[in-house]
Design a protein around this ligand. Structure first.
Ligand SMILES: [Cu+2]
Length: 69
């Protein structure tokens, strides 16, 4: 298992957390997704390391922006 933490900007409420969680959970191999609204931290647990581009695309699809990792 691999855990990677990214930072997402633009999230303001529980709906945002759900949207990001749903999209990121859809990435192949991802087993757990945790979002901290206050810090914008997105923590992804996966079987094998996920591609940064896949995470960026998923966050973008949810309507937010990946600012760092
Ligand atoms: Cu929201």
């Amino acid at each position: 298992m691999t855990t990677t933490t990214y930072t997402v900007s633009g999230m303001t409420c529980g709906h945002c957390i759900n949207a990001v969680t749903e999209e990121v959970t859809g990435i192949a191999g991802v087993s757990n997704v945790k979002v901290d609204l206050a810090s914008g931290a997105l923590t992804i647990t996966s079987e094998t390391p996920v591609e940064d581009a896949a995470v960026e695309a998923a966050v973008d699809e949810a309507g937010y922006e990946l600012v760092s990792h």
